[in-house]
Design a protein around this ligand. Structure first.
Ligand code: SF4
Ligand code: SF4
Ligand code: SF4
Length: 496
């Protein structure tokens, strides 16, 4: 039984076959016998490419049929999942982020504003500082310890805005999109993250804007790869699939990707769940310092973990192991491919993880030893402002990037057929998203968000991000339990 229905108004269809050429899922085709454009409804994934491209607006995609009899326990998703697994015997793979209903704490926090007693600041008339430095900060100078007052400095990366492009590997996304992100990162004064796919030789010119990942598969990792980058990141976990490794299906491993990752063409790129040389914080420390040695202590080293129950204790261990940056990836984070059951049921929200990690590092007096980057489902500049008030130094955005270049969240990224040319490297689909178009759209989004962040800082009476970081007094809970507000470290609305 199809899930979606492809409806075409025959009276307006001019049989131009645009929809046939645009649909990589072969859900529409031309029937020469009847001279009609017709459909294979069961193939449709509701990517909506045909709707957007039809010159006469005569095609529409709808949910098929009346659905299943209403049942609060057995939802359509469960029923369809069982049907599919009974057909195939396989794990259900999916792309993009967790789409289940869980509380989104961002939607139950509101931001403070200045009124009378502490005047707001107009960002159009007064300077507003969004620049943030990511990495370990110097120790506070203690005259009692002697010395010349010169604190030791550590390598930092300077971000002109607190938004960095999330790890998205060449392979999981298209060559053109990664190229676009590299261009945009340079122009915006921020960074892109290679994910675990290595750095394509053509992108070495952008390496000073790249955070390069070292993941469990060690795809594409070399001394040159590390030395050329702005920062290196050890990937322990991913918010969309905590506890399991990366997965790039073989059909997405083209010749170019095989060269960049140093793996055979067409083979599944499955990274192991753990890093096989890391079974303790001491092991992690060895790898952190191996990377620092390889890069002669010139770049910060980050460690990225999925947000899980004991995230604060783990983050503390990571900082004590010598990491300069801790990335906490919440369960709303996107993925190129993951088992749906894991994506939808494992991990915790980034909001609570950030609050817990920031508080723990402050309580232990080691907050200055590492920056915190939050990741996992930031949808707007307001989410980012709230994350910074909860303790983040900056955030990674991934799904928002995909949406800005046309993604319709059809969740088919793992199939390598993205009709919008975003998460595919198929030669016929790649030109649908040129690198310059991607760069321009992403820059537009970040320009808009930067303006909004400045407006929000100004209305709080703040003129720099520095003053907002971990400033939870600027947040209030609406409709949360006392326990939830306590974990987030914020007061209820109405409390002074
Ligand atoms: S794109 Fe529109 S007009 Fe062209 S064949 Fe398809 S439905 Fe008809
Ligand atoms: S282009 Fe997308 S929405 Fe249109 S028929 Fe094909 S799969 Fe369905
Ligand atoms: S990137 Fe492409 S395949 Fe993935 S959810 Fe978006 S539109 Fe669908």
């Amino acid at each position: 039984m199809p899930q979606y229905l492809v409806e075409r108004d025959a009276s307006r269809c001019i049989r131009c076959l645009v929809c046939v050429r645009q649909c990589p899922y072969e859900a529409t085709f031309y029937d020469a016998q009847t001279n009609e454009v017709t459909n294979r409804h069961q193939n449709c994934v509701m990517c909506r490419r045909c709707e957007a491209m039809c010159p006469t607006n005569c095609i529409q995609i709808r949910q098929f049929g009346s659905g299943f009899r209403a049942n609060e326990h057995w939802k359509e998703k469960h029923i369809r999942g069982i049907y599919k697994q009974a057909d195939t015997g396989g794990v259900l793979l999916t792309g993009s982020g967790n789409d289940q209903y869980y509380n989104t704490y961002f939607d139950r926090m509101v931001i403070d504003a200045s009124q009378v007693t502490n005047p707001s600041i107009d960002p159009l008339r007064e300077p507003m500082e969004l620049r943030t430095f990511i990495g370990r900060k110097p120790e506070r100078y203690d005259p009692a310890k002697g010395g010349n007052g010169q604190a030791k400095e550590y390598p930092n990366i300077a971000c002109d805005l607190p938004i960095i492009f999330a790890p998205m590997s060449f392979g999981s996304i298209s060559y053109n999109l990664q190229h676009g992100l590299a261009i945009a990162a340079g122009k915006l004064g921020t960074y892109f993250n290679t994910g675990e796919g290595g750095l394509h030789p053509n992108f070495h010119q952008y390496s000073k804007r790249a955070i390069v990942q070292v993941a469990s598969g060690r795809f594409g990792v070399s001394a040159e790869y590390l030395r050329s980058a702005a920062a290196a990141e050890i990937k322990i976990g991913q918010g969309a699939k905590p506890g399991i490794g990366g997965h790039l299906p073989g059909e997405k491993v083209t010749a170019e990707i095989s060269r960049t990752r140093m793996i055979p063409e067409g083979s599944d790129a499955i990274s192991p769940a753990p890093q096989h040389d890391i079974y303790s914080i001491e092991d992690l420390r060895l790898l952190i310092y191996a990377i620092k040695e390889a890069t002669e202590y010139t770049i910060p080293v980050s460690v990225k973990i999925a947000a899980v129950h004991n995230v604060a204790a783990i983050a503390s261990g990571i900082v004590r192991a010598g990491a300069d940056i801790v990335v906490v990836d919440g369960f709303r984070g996107g993925t190129g491919a993951a088992p749906a059951i894991i994506r939808d049921h494992v991990g915790i929200p980034v909001e609570v993880a950030l609050a817990a990690v920031d508080q723990r590092l402050r309580d232990e007096g080691i907050r200055h030893c590492a920056s915190i980057i939050g990741a996992g489902g930031f949808r707007s500049s307001a989410d980012i402002v709230k994350a910074i008030a909860l303790g983040a130094d900056a955030v990674y955005i991934g799904t928002a990037v995909l949406l800005s270049v046309g993604c319709t969240l059809c969740q088919q990224c793992h199939r390598g057929k993205c009709s919008w040319g975003i998460t595919t490297n198929r030669a016929d689909l790649l030109p649908r998203l040129p690198a310059d178009v991607a760069a321009e759209r992403v820059m537009n989004l970040l320009h808009a968000w930067s303006h909004e962040i400045k407006e929000m800082l100004g209305l709080m009476g703040l003129n720099s991000l520095e003053s907002l970081r971990g400033n939870r007094l600027k947040l209030r809970a609406v409709g949360m339990t006392d326990e939830e507000a306590r974990i987030l470290g914020i007061k209820h609305a109405g409390e002074a």
